[in-house]
Design a protein around this ligand. Sequence first.
Ligand code: FAD
Length: 509
Amino acid sequence: MASFRTTSISLRDLIGLDGYIAFENLRDGTGDFGNINIHPPSAILHPKSVSDVSALITHVYGMGGTSNLTVAARGHGHSLRGQSQAYGGVVVMMEDLKSNRSPVVVVEGGGGGDVSVHAPYVDVAGGMLWVHVLEECLKYGLAPKSWTDYLYLSVGGTLSNAGVSGQALRHGPQISNVYQLEIVTGKGQVVVCSPENEEDLFFAALGGLGQFGIITGARIALELAPKKVRWIRVLYSEFSTFAKDQEMLIASTGGANGSGFDYMEGFVIKNRKGILNTWRSFLNPKDPVQASQYESDGKTLFCLELTKYLYPGSDSDADSQQIDDILSKLRYIPSTMFQSEVSYFDFLNRVHPAEIKLREKGLWDVPHPWLNLLVPSSYVHFFADEVFGNILTDSTNGPIIIYPVNRATWNERTSAVIPEEDAVFYMVAFLTSVTSKAGFANAMEQNDRILEFCLRSSIPVKQYLPHYTSEEDWKTHFGKKWDLLVERKFKYDPLAILAPGQRIFQRTL
Ligand code: FAD
């Protein structure tokens, strides 16, 4: 760790920035959503231009062996275990970069030039939040294809992981829906890359945990935005039926332009009670949110969540018929159908009202010992039996999300790590919030028990939003991608300046 004094001295020469470097009031660069790891930096760069980011990294890189400074891009700081922090180093506030870089929406091609080939698309700053990308694109009747469940995350932050939600059913993760990136490498070079140009850096950065460069701009694929969505939740009492139906839906969706549903997720309800998931005795079948408040009466229930997009001018009878046809093939408990029509924006932004409520109760900024696992489909029944049947006692302290994802919609060349087994794997997310020390200890113990069970039973799970502290564990995590990761690190960030909070590489002098 660099001391405050050495950092301020070593950055003193960095003049002529469009933005500025702060050495005091560093609270904004400390901590994250996880609220578990809290490592203050020594300075914060508030960039106003890409050249500010480049100047900082060029400067730090140029100091070579005279410094051990590190640099972490901070998107919205919604990491869980300190990944966007730089202990004693410099945090770059990526959200500041957006202020003089509005999104540019390109609706259609203008005569065959190569930039128009992919239209419609949007060019955005890496620090822009997805909610603002959506708001801008909707002005043109367009929207990105692939999302996360929560929109107050930055473009660079989710692209550094993968960005997965129920739209992966059709389009794969967000990293499968990007045409181009602008990146400042660990040597300070600004590179525009795509599958056609500097493709190695392009694929390295996608899912690359911030290891190869700071994403300052991204060109994101767009599609026609629906006006409304039909939002459906139904319940199952058996995991096997629930999972078979989910996999049937994945198999029958038919890719980007096929028929069927446009979004699919699912979650587990077990002995649910308590303030984080208030139970109500009156359930309104026109409110899908209430499916999550179903009294499971000591049993475990599985909730399937689906949406069908409704476009302006489309035939609503035909839409309803298609929805009914598919629903008639599913084997949920018939009395548990919750459905309504909501605006597309409200559906995508559905976590935000819950955030507001939790904030009011002081329950948003609490520790979040989350565990996100990717489980190959051939192991998921075994996994579910033990984890939902024995290890988990309730789902009171936050949602437990589970849905299958098609491996074919992920590009092998990215740095993202997914299971190597099976054509389909399940995203399983234990999104726990805790309000006491004892609750924290219990949640961590539960996570350990789940991981130990997987290890003991040789279930080849991979962590999503991974957290490891030893090189051995990282090697195991990356598996056959490890050698490529090291090679790319040496090529793009040879001094290991970037994203130290991931704890994969140590800064070299
Ligand atoms: P940060 O926490 O700021 O950064 C994450 C990592 O990326 C750090 O290593 C950082 O240094 C690096 N980084 C940040 N910006 C850049 C950049 N521009 N260039 C290079 N590296 C960068 N994930 C999903 O996939 N699907 C979900 O549905 C989902 N839902 C979530 C809901 C909530 C409430 C929360 C808190 C998280 C959720 N996540 C989800 C996880 C989320 O995608 C990651 O935590 C993501 O990193 C958060 O983005 P951020 O902008 O806050 O990133």
